[in-house]
Design a binder for this molecule. Structure first.
Ligand SMILES: [Zn+2]
Length: 402
């Protein structure tokens, strides 16, 4: 499994300047190669005897001229321009395969500042990362995964620098789930999540003071004159605050998904991608901000590492409106979101709205694991599946763990 760990860096001022310079060089090389690509492509279209552009040719071309034309490029790691052009080649591959838009030029201040290092161009020394021409930069934590290190992408969010280190973990190295059986998870209207065990997970909320500061800063930004130094400063402040709030939310999602996959080997959740469109604005901020997709992504890869299974309920599954009392299963016609507690008209059971939904999701997960695995002879209570099958490739491609 290919997985990334994003770690905050603590560069000195001098090191931060270098990082910014390397990111600037990467952006320049990307834009240079994109312009060259377009020129060469036009020439090839006019006259097919001309070579068609490709990333390898462009890298050679840049190497041949950079000493004369862009000598400042030599001040940073050679990976910065090289990897940028390789990434441009990937962007074109994605475009030709219909997976992405035509590559765009990167704008200073608009596009994310970043550059990538191949594994021969950096090394890790516990809490530090060594980068050529720069030396050791302090990291806030050590790498969480073991395995073959593939690459590192250094990027900036607001005024903070991060290294996202990609590792190939060939074996599952997390201990298996505690095997408390199955659980259903109803994602939150009133709480971050409600479990079928009856637990309500509130999740860390950014302090009110942070949120009111956010409002104040946005207002103050809108009053500043465009292009002024004060506007730039206000923008920086706002971006830093946004990043801080996003981190708090991301952190509670991580805690929730770690807790679930540590304890249960079958986890039933709702498909909110489609049916959640309406419900989405009621979801807790942590999930609506990060997106249901992020919750599912974390849950599926962590489950994969512990040999647990995530079952996503069909989007027509009425988790809230169905009575979860044993042997009942009555479905009510309407259940407005304002109703937090209701009584089943058939069996008389009194339900907490969220716990009832979580119970139904648990039942759904259990029944579909049994039927889905029958053919393979691995029903519930037997050997858990090691991989979550749906969308596996998508989730395995690139994983950032904040
Ligand atoms: Zn009932």
């Amino acid at each position: 499994m290919i997985i990334s760990h994003k770690i905050r860096l603590d560069p000195s001022n001098k090191q931060a300047t270098y990082l910014a310079k390397a990111a600037g060089t990467a952006r320049f090389a990307y834009n240079w190669a994109l312009a060259e690509w377009q020129t060469q492509y036009a020439a090839w279209k006019d006259d097919n005897s001309q070579p068609k552009p490709n990333q390898m040719g462009l890298r050679r071309q840049l190497n041949a001229i950079k000493r004369d034309q862009f000598p400042w490029m030599l001040e940073v790691t050679k990976n910065a321009p090289q990897m940028a052009i390789i990434q441009l080649g990937q962007a074109f591959n994605n475009f030709f395969a219909g997976r992405a838009q035509y590559p765009q030029f990167k704008k200073k201040g608009k596009s994310r500042d970043s550059f990538t290092l191949t594994n021969d161009q950096f090394s890790l020394d516990d809490c530090r990362i060594r980068i050529p021409n720069l030396g050791l930069v302090r990291m806030r934590e050590t790498l969480r995964f073991s395995g073959k290190i593939l690459s590192a992408t250094i990027s900036r969010t607001a005024d903070q620098w991060f290294a996202s280190i990609t590792v190939d973990t060939t074996s599952n190295h997390l201990p298996p789930a505690e095997n408390q059986g199955a659980v259903g998870v109803d994602l939150g209207v009133s709480a971050l999540a409600t479990l079928s065990t009856g637990e309500k997970v509130i999740g860390a909320k950014p302090h009110k003071a942070l949120l009111s500061r956010l409002q104040r800063l946005s207002r103050s930004l809108s009053r500043k004159i465009k292009g002024s130094a004060n506007r730039h400063k206000a923008k920086q402040k706002l971006a830093t605050l946004h990043a801080r709030i996003a981190n708090i939310r991301q952190d509670s999602l991580h805690q929730l998904t770690t807790n679930l996959t540590r304890r249960f080997h079958t986890i039933g959740i709702e498909d909110l991608n489609v049916s959640g469109m309406v419900k989405n604005r009621y979801l807790s901020r942590a999930i609506s901000d990060m997106g249901f997709f992020e919750f599912r992504r974390q849950l599926e890869y962590k489950a994969g590492m512990r040999g647990a299974v995530v079952v996503v309920a069909d989007r027509f599954f009425a988790s809230s409106k169905t009575c979860s009392a044993p042997g009942c299963g009555h479905k009510v016609d309407k259940l407005p979101l304002s109703i937090r507690e209701w009584t089943c008209p058939v069996c008389g059971a009194v339900h907490d709205r969220d716990i009832n939904a979580a119970n139904n999701l648990e039942k759904y997960a259990v029944s579909s694991t049994v039927s889905a695995c029958e053919g393979e002879g691995a029903g519930l209570g037997r050997k858990p599946k090691t991989k979550p099958a749906p969308m596996k490739q998508e989730f395995n491609r690139k994983l950032d763990l904040g």
